[in-house]
Design a protein around this ligand. Structure first.
Ligand code: NAP
Length: 372
């Protein structure tokens, strides 16, 4: 019989948190929730503790980073799912890897900001990273069994195109917060939903993929796939392409990560090919979605450029969510920050986290100028 996996879930009260709980609920003989954390939602944390009889919990607002670190390194934990938003997940991710845990990483900003330090921690420890983000989880699955990595030509990250796929540039000027929060396929937290509407989400995923799979910028492409059924693809040297398919629900990559390398019964119905009549694929419109082109620039530039991209986007999305900034100002802020931010490359994780604060302030100042 397969062993019982003990799971810690950081960001338990969010959208990924909810999907992770659904997978655990569906497989009580395989997964046991032993630790949970959130930012401030104590009511939801108490409800989860009661339902799953969880022994350990923390709230960032009350216990600070120490609370998250203690959970990420719990001696009895096998898997630590990092499903917080923003970059608070960086230190707990590294600590969990150094403690030899399997990290189910949903939080893309952690890799975008600190990919170098996170991957170094994975390389020098017994821990490993399994990607939860559905595109990277798909790539991971397509690469399983590939003996020689030089045979991988490129990856194709699929993108639904978000709620404004069919909008003209002119129409994009008018979009409201409510429209941007209404994603056609995925039910996600507000930050990642806005990122999907601007396609900065796919930009962050390009950077995430570079770190996870050790790719050159030219090996990472994006293709629009409105149905969100093909979660991503790999193309090999001989021209053959592999794709991973599943319904558009995060329970599929999460159950893959929690059970890996084994498999468990799904908590939702799989695909019904009698009802799927077409799978559309087309190139993205970089003119309409400049956040995507800017991410490629940041990726090619390297150095601190991905960190600048991430902080500028974070600050701009926060301002958009507070209705202080228009939708099309988000790429403008990112472009401006990429063109004008000049900071010293950090030599340590501490310097990088300090740099992030400076970058957020820098972006905040640009936003105030634009908003005036
Ligand atoms: N949702 C998706 O389908 C999806 C898909 C792929 C990747 N991701 C990535 O997964 C991450 C989570 O996304 P989400 O959609 O689940 O976000 P969400 O619904 O907004 O949930 C965020 C979770 O993180 C917690 N949190 C926020 N700040 C924290 C802090 N400082 N310390 C501890 N916990 C904190 C929140 O707690 P409170 O409830 O107390 O605020 C909540 O539990 C993001 O990085 C996103 O890009 C999401």
């Amino acid at each position: 019989m397969a062993e019982l996996r003990k799971v810690v879930l950081l960001g338990a009260t969010g959208s990924i948190g909810e999907s992770t709980l659904a997978v655990i609920r569906n497989n009580p003989e395989r997964f046991q929730l032993i630790g949970i954390a959130a930012n401030q939602n104590s009511e939801a944390i108490e409800a989860i503790k009661e339902e799953f009889k969880v022994a350990h919990s923390a709230l960032y607002k009350k216990d600070g980073l120490d609370g998250l670190m203690a959970l990420a390194t719990l001696p009895e934990a096998d898997v630590v799912v990092v499903a917080t938003t923003g970059t608070v997940g960086v230190r707990p991710t590294i600590a969990a890897l150094e403690a030899g845990k399997t990290v189910g990483l949903a939080n893309k900003e952690t890799l975008v900001l600190a990919g170098k330090f996170v991957m170094e921690a994975a390389a020098r420890s017994k821990g490993c990273i399994l990607p939860v983000d559905s595109e990277h989880n798909a790539i991971f699955q397509c690469l399983e069994g590939l003996k020689d990595r030089t045979n991988l030509k490129r990856i194709l990250l699929t993108a639904s195109g978000g709620p404004f796929l069919h909008h003209t540039k002119r129409e994009l000027e008018e979009v409201t917060l409510e429209q941007a929060l209404d994603h056609p396929n995925w039910d996600m937290g507000p930050k990642v939903t806005i990122d999907s509407a601007t396609m900065a989400n796919k930009g962050l995923e390009m950077i995430e993929a570079k770190w996870l799979f050790g790719l050159q910028p030219g090996q990472i492409d994006v293709v629009i796939h409105p149905q969100s059924i093909i979660h991503s693809m790999t193309e090999f040297r001989d021209g053959s392409v592999m794709a991973q398919l599943a319904p558009p629900s995060m329970t599929f990559p999460i159950q893959h990560v929690l059970a890996w390398p084994d498999k468990v019964e799904p908590c939702q119905e799989g695909l019904d090919f009698t009802k799927i009549h077409n799978l559309e694929l087309r190139p993205p419109d970089l003119d309409k979605f400049p956040c995507l082109a800017l991410a490629r620039e940041a990726l090619q530039q390297g150095g601190i450029a991905p960190a600048v991209y991430n902080s500028a986007n974070q600050a701009a999305v926060d301002a958009f969510l507070e209705k202080k900034l228009g939708f099309l100002a988000i790429p403008k802020v990112i472009r401006h920050c990429l063109e004008s931010a000049s900071f010293k490359e950090p030599g340590s994780l501490e310097e990088l986290l300090d740099l992030e604060n400076e970058l957020l302030q820098f972006a905040g100042a640009q936003i105030e100028k634009i908003a005036d």
